[in-house]
Design a protein around this ligand. Structure first.
Ligand SMILES: [Zn+2]
Ligand SMILES: [Zn+2]
Ligand SMILES: [Zn+2]
Length: 506
């Protein structure tokens, strides 16, 4: 996706290992540095550099039609375009005065596109080894004496050693099978899951079940559909399916809807490996009305930097000047222990989220009151000076709020929405709460983001995310125009964790 495109050509020093297949238009920006690395080799034939000079001098091509012969006649050291030294077609390279090294002005630009992921390193390593011919394991093994191999194995962790033993018979003989038995012990469950996670790419028909720490066969391969929480929807035959102690991990989306962890695995596997490994991400989006209330919900998913992000937009029509009881009826679901109808993280009771929602609701303009002359006067005044239907929220409820303890962001808005059920007043004010959250990389239900959203692990979202907003990353996957422009404040600036004991939420 977007992030893989920008990562590709960041390792300038490894570019010589790239094949020259990609001379298509999409690599125009990167090609300058690639050509530059190869050009000065003296044994190349005369026809090759001509080709490359043409590639380098896009500007010059337009000016002179028979460029290649003319270019070679140009005196060395005379740049054609002094204002563009990076694409100079002059014969001499721009050299560093101190070291004599060739300067590549484009290298800095390409280095800026690097986003700091290990994935590009894996790509480059694969390219690096692509030209080394395969050799038999026994041949490779014989390059060092057994004592050296034993020393190497000593340095490996259990999951690494198990992977090495799994790779081929000669290495299994070196490492031994004891390490697998070690991983199978109940207390080494985390290490076993680490080892099993590395086999994910080779098992498209299976899915790693974390409660069992076993790969189960997918029983609805490719047809897995997300259903409401109360509908049984097993994706594989799991002996622990009815074991309450070992339930499949899930995160709450809205009332009656949740996302089981296997769906996170399926979406991310389809993105990482192949469509056969999972399900298409677009099959996950939903729009539905809550069964017991007037709330509408809309969910959408995106993958960015290997993490699954989800956005839930919830909206409900709201009457002006609701009393406290009315607010509670509007916001909290009695069927789910008075959790809000909209999507919330595990820390919603602490901090300013619910007071902000109530503050936003207080901004809905009240209807005209009073009868007699006063009422008529108010009516005339209202009609002469009609207030805008767009409501600007106050500085307290308008900013986006980020939960300090998990990667969740909330935005509260008041919008005019069409209410088809009431033809007398088609457009009404609705409260709209949007939550963006990062559900992690799908490696396990213990991954920091997933565990934090469910309130199962400590997480410092301010430190982890910094100034990059989840909402911004999410929206930029779909459009460049509508990235929410609100500034972000902490959802719990005082850091008080009173939970249900606090009274602000209710
Ligand atoms: Zn299982
Ligand atoms: Zn307000
Ligand atoms: Zn939270």
């Amino acid at each position: 996706m977007a992030e893989t495109i920008s990562r590709k050509k960041s390792f300038g020093f490894l570019n010589t290992f790239r094949s020259n297949k990609s001379t298509s238009a999409d690599s125009r920006a990167t090609s300058v540095s690639e050509w530059s690395l190869e050009e000065p080799q003296p044994e190349r034939k005369a026809s090759r550099p001509r080709n490359k000079l043409r590639k380098k001098s896009m500007v010059n091509l337009r000016a002179t039609t028979s460029s290649s012969t003319q270019l070679r006649k140009q005196a060395p050291g005379l740049p054609q375009h002094s204002s563009f030294p990076a694409i100079s077609v002059a014969d001499e390279w721009d050299r560093d005065a101190q070291t004599g090294e060739r300067k590549d002005h484009t290298e800095m630009l390409h280095s800026l596109t690097y986003r700091g992921s290990a994935e590009s390193l894996i790509e480059k390593t694969q390219l690096l080894f692509a030209r080394i011919p395969a050799q038999s394991a026994s041949g490779f093994l014989s390059r060092f004496p057994p004592a050296i191999w034993a020393r190497v194995v000593d340095f490996l962790g259990p999951a690494d050693a198990a992977s090495l033993a799994f790779s081929c018979k000669p290495f299994r003989d070196v490492v031994g099978t004891e390490v697998w038995r070690y991983l199978n012990a109940q207390e080494n469950r985390g290490l076993k899951i680490d080892f099993l996670g590395r086999l994910d790419q080779d098992l498209p028909d299976h899915l790693l079940c974390f409660p069992c720490a076993i790969y189960h066969l997918r029983t609805q391969k490719g047809q897995e559909i997300l259903r409401p929480t109360n509908i049984a929807n097993p994706l594989f035959h799991c002996p622990n399916a009815s074991n309450l102690e070992k339930k499949v991990a899930r995160t709450r989306l809205t009332v009656g809807r949740s996302l089981p962890f296997p769906f996170v695995q399926l979406i991310l596997r389809a993105q990482k490996y192949s469509p056969a490994h999972g399900i298409p991400i677009d099959s996950m989006s939903r729009r539905y009305k809550d069964r017991d209330s007037d709330w509408w919900h809309q969910t959408r998913y995106a993958v960015a930097n290997g993490h699954l992000l989800v956005r839930v937009i919830s909206s409900a029509f709201a009457e002006p000047a609701l009393p406290p009881a009315g607010l509670r009826k509007l916001l909290y679901s009695p069927n789910e222990k008075f959790t809000p109808y909209f999507s919330v993280c595990a820390h919603w009771m602490d901090g300013e989220l619910m007071p902000s929602v109530k503050c936003a609701l207080s901004h809905i303009p009240k209807p005209l009151e009073g009868g007699g002359i006063a009422g008529v006067a108010a009516e005339i005044k209202y009609r002469m000076n009609k207030p805008s239907p767009l409501i600007t929220l106050c500085s307290y409820c308008r900013p986006m709020r980020r939960c300090p303890e998990c990667p969740s962001e909330y935005l509260i808005e008041l919008r005019m929405q069409e209410d088809r059920s009431n033809p007398a007043k088609l457009f009404k004010h609705a409260i709209v709460v949007t939550r963006w959250c990062d559900l992690g990389d799908g490696s396990s239900p213990q991954s920091p983001e997933w565990a934090a959203c469910n309130g199962e692990a400590k997480f410092d979202s301010v430190g982890a995310l910094g100034k990059r907003a989840i909402s911004g990353i999410f929206e930029s996957q779909f459009t460049v125009d509508q990235v929410p422009g609100q500034h972000i404040v902490s959802m719990n600036p005082k850091g008080e964790n009173l939970g249900e004991a606090g009274h602000k939420w209710y």
